[in-house]
Design a protein around this ligand. Sequence first.
Ligand code: 3PG
Length: 207
Amino acid sequence: NYTLEDIMTQAYPVMPVLAVERVEDAIPLAQALKAGGLNVLEVTLRTANAMAVIEAMKTVAGVIVGAGTVTRVEQLHELVRIGADFAISPGATPALLAEGKRVELPFLPAIATVSEMMQGLELGYEHFKFFPAEAAGGTAALKSFAGPFPKVRFCPTGGISVKNFKDYLALDNVTCVGGSWLVPSDALAEQDWDRIEALARQACFLV
Ligand code: 3PG
């Protein structure tokens, strides 16, 4: 079992944000990303088979597999049942924040403003996704958050790419970044595992 701290530091430099339609792609995709150096994977619950994809990826040794796009409390319970390693939401509702502290699963809520962050802090959260990172102020916003809240740690996602991810990782309050750029939808559609492995390796190499 991992803590949020483990997950966000082991995800260094980057957590691929995945939308996987076919369960048959789960294992080769996880193997390709791991071979390229990325071992913390966020499988968004945007596809019909996402839960089955997480279960399949969990059979690959050495990868930490969680869910993204968690928007309902019932999804947290289902993720505990299937043995997912963590859950990430694009936002933070009172219900998710409360249940996220009760379930046996590290839960990373997202914030875009200081007031949202303060609601999470009141409930004991010190790690947040910053979403949508580029649209909500990017690295300038994160630098501003560090003044009043130096202990809070972020995983920014949303609009991050090979061009700007290092700017985020250079900040003291950023422990990892997430993004979909590592697994382009055409590469996944074509089952181009070599290209996906090469993109993962490039991200690791650039750091
Ligand atoms: C997420 O769910 O974290 C975002 O959709 C990822 O954003 P990106 O597609 O801009 O990388």
